[in-house]
Design a binder for this molecule. Sequence first.
Ligand code: SF4
Length: 320
Amino acid sequence: MSLLEVTDLKVHFPVKHGLFSTARESVKAVDGVSFKIEAGKTLGLVGESGCGKTTLSRAILRLVDATGGNIRLDGEDITTMTGRALRERRRKFQMIFQDPYSSLNPRMTAGDIIREPIEIHGLAKTKSALNDRVAALMKSVGLSAEQASRYPHEFSGGQRQRIAIARALAVEPGLIICDEPVSALDVSIQAQVINLLQDLQREHSVAYLFISHDLAVVEHLSDDILVMYLGKVVESGPAAEICREPKHPYTQALLSAVPEVNPADNRKRIVLQGDLPSPIHPPSGCPFHPRCPLVEARCNSEVPPLRSVGGARAAACHLI
Ligand code: SF4
């Protein structure tokens, strides 16, 4: 049984044009997405801004309602769960955001920020056990217990993200959704935070859904990768295989923008033309066709289904 199993998930938002308009269109922010995450593993979710990654994560956290499909956590269907039952399940999945400054309460000390969820969920029996736990969490993310009395503005961006990670870990979750957690940090600090996340995964057996627009970051720490474009999965499979030999033209373009570790590989840069189309009026046929360097006549009218392309890999392209 997988820790998280998402099947044919759809999140559509109605759009109205003008105050008196009755025409109802919808934005298909997430349109039939399926995947699994095993305990202690990392699934990297990649795509440009606006491709549906954040809506997908919000639907998993049940912050937005699914229009269709289902979400199973530890085998239990949580798609329409509400009230106390949902609150209890929520401890199992936590989230880390791109900007820790806006996600941490500026009026609380680092110690209180980490302490709060432990108290809410009654995870420490005595005050000294609570304090020991906060100190241990701070140490595990590379902060000292003495820093517990400081406020978020007294920390650097990387340190603030460490506080957010400690807070997420405080309730012993099975899954942490990391939404662009290093995009706002300097490159050298990014590597430190990513290494920390990997160390913590080994220690705590926590799974990550790691969301990023940057395939280089995702490649480094994911077991599997899901590439999204306009609300749909266009390629999925083991991270090492996708990064060695991307099959979908969109994944190839994303990967071609990643700087080479070995310049002798001489990867050819594919520059994507134009911006991501509006999700309100997505292109006909293959949604990637207006920007695809390999587009053919049938791509304008026929939607390529996501299908197996060997082993655990799948891609949605007529040419594969
Ligand atoms: Fe490009 Fe056509 Fe494949 Fe879409 S189906 S990715 S437009 S070649």
